[in-house]
Write a protein of this length. Sequence first.
Length: 116
Amino acid sequence: MWLSKETVISKKFDLSNADLSGSNNAIGSSDFTQSIGTPAKGDRETLKQALIGAGVSAESLEELFQAIADDDATEPGQGYGSRVKQWLDEQTAGVLPAIATAITNAILLYHGLPVS
């Protein structure tokens, strides 16, 4: 059974740019592997594309990049700081675990931190 876009859209994620058609969907699946581009440290464009692929809205991306700038100014060299952590907590609350993991891992990689 396939879920429609409308079924999986949450208030925090805009999946209008996500491709939910075809045969490579993992919703309700197990034993699968999917990948999206992963950002290298400081690679803002790939981070943006990875997060768009995970359904993060343009407005939320602007908030994230402002949080990164604020943290870099107030907490330099600390990986990601308190503003990015707050953004991450807000974005991943109540979403599918796979989406939360994709978002978290993209941010960790962007900051040059290992993913678990």
